[in-house]
Design a binder for this molecule. Structure first.
Ligand SMILES: CC(C)(COP(=O)(O)OP(=O)(O)OC[C@H]1O[C@@H](n2cnc3c(N)ncnc32)[C@H](O)[C@@H]1OP(=O)(O)O)[C@@H](O)C(=O)NCCC(=O)NCCS
Length: 164
């Protein structure tokens, strides 16, 4: 099954929101359980486009099946830092799409002058952690009891990628 990786555009917003909503509803990877309203979701994507934050999507037959973004921190002393996020619909995982989606986004981030890319990942998410390490992220710390799901606390891993 072919996918195309390209920078996000306004045209993708509704489809991206559907994909995002499905992934967050799994309740295993992100802090949210629902996508924001279309209005606030659209505003965030438009701001990424306007600010030239790297934001790529993987599409199949015109539908978004995955996304990856790096959002610049909006404070002068943190201006070199980008917060990273990636996700694929469940049926599109494990097929080698994650790596090129991530590298396209990171290449754009480095071109735009980001020198530190930062993420947190649930400690249980061994697939993502393994892929991040292969790409060059380092574990920088463990956030204890950062996540609370169904009455159980678990940890998050802080990871960083430096490109100076
Ligand atoms: C994390 C995610 C983006 C990875 O993308 P993917 O296309 O599924 O990645 P793949 O399964 O093809 O694996 C990529 C690499 O990791 C390796 N890998 C996969 N599962 C692994 C595991 N459990 N342990 C070690 N390595 C693993 C693969 O062998 C592959 O290596 P290669 O590129 O050297 O061949 C995707 O699985 C996803 O969206 N997961 C749910 C949402 C999520 O976790 N988002 C991140 C939140 S921080």
């Amino acid at each position: 099954m072919d996918t195309i990786i390209k920078p996000i555009s306004e045209f993708h917003i509704e489809s991206f929101r559907r994909a995002f909503d499905k992934v967050v509803k799994e309740g295993k990877y992100f802090g949210s359980l629902d996508a924001p309203t279309l209005e606030s979701f659209s505003a965030k994507v438009r701001k990424n486009i306007e600010d030239r934050n790297p934001h790529f999507v993987a599409t199949h037959a015109g539908e978004v099946v995955g996304w990856c973004e790096v959002v610049r921190l909006n404070k002068p002393l943190f201006h070199h830092v980008g917060i990273f996020e990636v996700g694929l619909l469940p049926e599109w995982r494990g097929q080698g799409i994650g790596r090129p989606l991530i590298t396209a986004t990171l290449d754009a981030a480095f071109e735009r002058g980001f020198t530190r890319i930062e993420l947190t990942v649930f400690a249980s998410n061994t697939r993502a952690i393994a892929l991040y390490e292969k790409i060059g992220f380092n574990k920088e710390g463990e956030l204890i009891d950062a996540v609370y799901i169904d009455g159980v606390f678990s940890n998050s891993i802080l990871m960083g990628l430096i490109n100076r």
